[in-house]
Write a protein that binds this ligand. Sequence first.
Ligand SMILES: *[C@@H]1O[C@H](CO)[C@@H](O)[C@H](O)[C@H]1NC(C)=O
Ligand SMILES: *[C@@H]1O[C@H](CO)[C@@H](O)[C@H](O)[C@H]1NC(C)=O
Length: 220
Amino acid sequence: MASSFSFLLVAALLGLASWKAIASDPSPLQDFCVADLNSPVRVNGFVCKNPMNASANDFFKAAMLDKPRDTNNRVGSNVTLVSVLQLPGLNTLGISIARIDYAPLGLNPPHTHPRATEIFTVLEGTLYVGFVTSNPDNRLLSKVLNKGDVYLFPEGLIHFQFNPNPHKPAVAIAALSSQNPGVITIANAVFGSNPPISDDILMKAFQVDKKIIDLLQAQF
Ligand SMILES: *[C@@H]1O[C@H](CO)[C@@H](O)[C@H](O)[C@H]1NC(C)=O
Ligand SMILES: *[C@@H]1O[C@H](CO)[C@@H](O)[C@H](O)[C@H]1NC(C)=O
């Protein structure tokens, strides 16, 4: 009796461990699986096109990350992501890349990637970056990065980057451990959801009155 209980416990723990191991993209079972983005078949990811029909162009994207992007928006940053949707060869390979442009004083606001760890390097300028650990500690681990410095944002944790220089723009490159990392911008998701989360819920969650919630919601 006791031993079958401990067997079940061990089985449950192994199950949990393997669930964690597949929280990111699964490993491929062939050289590649170039996404057939037009297939009507729904799978986890995309179905593969015939590998005999794959060509170099399935693994190539010309001039995606060379140009500075327009940062003339409310936060002063612009993310150019190359995921499986832009580069079908990424399907099943568990990786993607992004360029991020920052205006002077520009911010890539607090957000998380539900499916990816991010490794980040500065190409130009200076960036103040950080992430916050999960409950209950919620420690902020932050750093000022200069050109060539590397920082890591662990999977699922809230993180941000800010350009503290009032005169110079900044540029960074990020690699992400998913073909489709996803992004949840915290303020937009909480205060700009469609339909909105009710005032009662946000008032209790943030411990402020309705006026402040309405003001925050009006920004998104
Ligand atoms: C492969 O390419 C050939 C020649 O371009 C085409 O006729 C065929 O439909 C393609 N097959 C698939 C599965 O895409
Ligand atoms: C990012 O830049 C591109 C091209 O420069 C522009 O079309 C796009 O609207 C910009 N996105 C944001 C959020 O500003």
